[in-house]
Write a protein that binds this ligand. Structure first.
Ligand SMILES: Nc1ncnc2c1ncn2[C@@H]1O[C@H](COP(=O)(O)OP(=O)(O)O)[C@@H](O)[C@H]1O
Ligand SMILES: [Mg+2]
Length: 243
């Protein structure tokens, strides 16, 4: 069975899809055959972010209607082992019963499966994910996002889902000037263990244009640290100035 992750957040626009894509690149670098599943029905974006939008004919709803997973996965150019299943282009297409069977099968076929969920507190499909799924709650350092992450983490723990925090869009300068709270404060407020921190970066903002991340750049290094930690390695947080 592969490892399954579900990327979630309270507030929208905090970078879930960007983090899901960056983490997927990192898992591939760690030689994991990785499947990304866009769960944002009606508002999909990972096909564009990863540059497979022109070839994407089928989507998750086709699998749920009986198509083979292998007919609906799109290989991401420039990677060796990253595949995407686009979200349905309109809402209301995901049947919980069929989705449960699909998620289990996906975890059997891939080393790593990352589900990129929409923001908010519709948890109806979370219980359909395989046992052992780790939820990654993404927050940016502003107080509204952190409070929403805390709310989501509380609700996840109420339904016995384990989650960890990813802080995205981190700018050391704003923490140093005490405009945003420091990492310890954010973790305390969110009530979650930290999986890692992703820097604010133009490279990430431009992912939908370039469809890849530079090896050795700050974003890719941050994602590699997070992916390695999730794989069980002990990777220390760098000096915040170097994140
Ligand atoms: N670390 C980052 N640095 C710079 N821009 C980012 C970062 N993370 C996300 N973005 C930008 O923020 C916007 C929202 O990101 P997205 O991943 O679509 O969020 P969500 O999936 O939570 O709605 C996008 O324009 C994206 O390029
Ligand atoms: Mg998204």
């Amino acid at each position: 069975m592969g490892h399954v992750y579900a990327v979630t957040s309270g507030k929208g626009g905090v970078g879930k899809s960007t983090v899901a894509a960056g983490l997927a690149f990192a898992f591939v670098k760690l030689n994991k055959k990785t499947l990304l599943v866009d769960m944002d029905e009606g508002l999909r974006c990972l096909d564009l972010m990863l540059g497979v939008d022109k070839s994407a004919v089928f989507d998750l709803s086709d699998i749920l209607m009986g198509k083979e997973i292998s007919d609906v996965v799109y290989s991401v150019d420039g990677t060796d082992g990253l595949y995407l299943i686009p979200a349905p282009s309109s809402p209301g297409m995901i049947d919980a019963y069929r989705f449960t069977a699909f998620a289990k099968k996906a975890a059997e076929l891939y080393d790593t499966v990352i589900f990129d969920f929409p923001a908010g507190i519709d948890f109806s499909l979370y219980g359909c994910l395989p046992e052992g799924t780790l939820f990654l709650t993404v927050a940016v350092p502003d107080p509204v996002s952190v409070r929403d992450a805390a709310a989501v983490s509380g609700m996840l723990s109420d339904i016995s889902c384990t989650s960890k925090l990813i802080i995205n869009n981190f700018r050391c300068r704003l923490v140093k000037k005490k405009i945003f709270r420091n990492i310890d404060d954010i973790m305390d407020s969110a009530g979650l263990r930290l999986a890692g921190i992703v820097p604010a970066s133009d490279e990430l903002m431009l992912l939908s244009v370039n469809h890849r991340l530079k090896s050795g750049g700050r974003p890719m290094s941050a994602f590699l640290r997070i992916a390695s930690r999730l794989e069980g390695e002990r990777v220390l947080l760098p000096d915040p100035k170097k994140i």
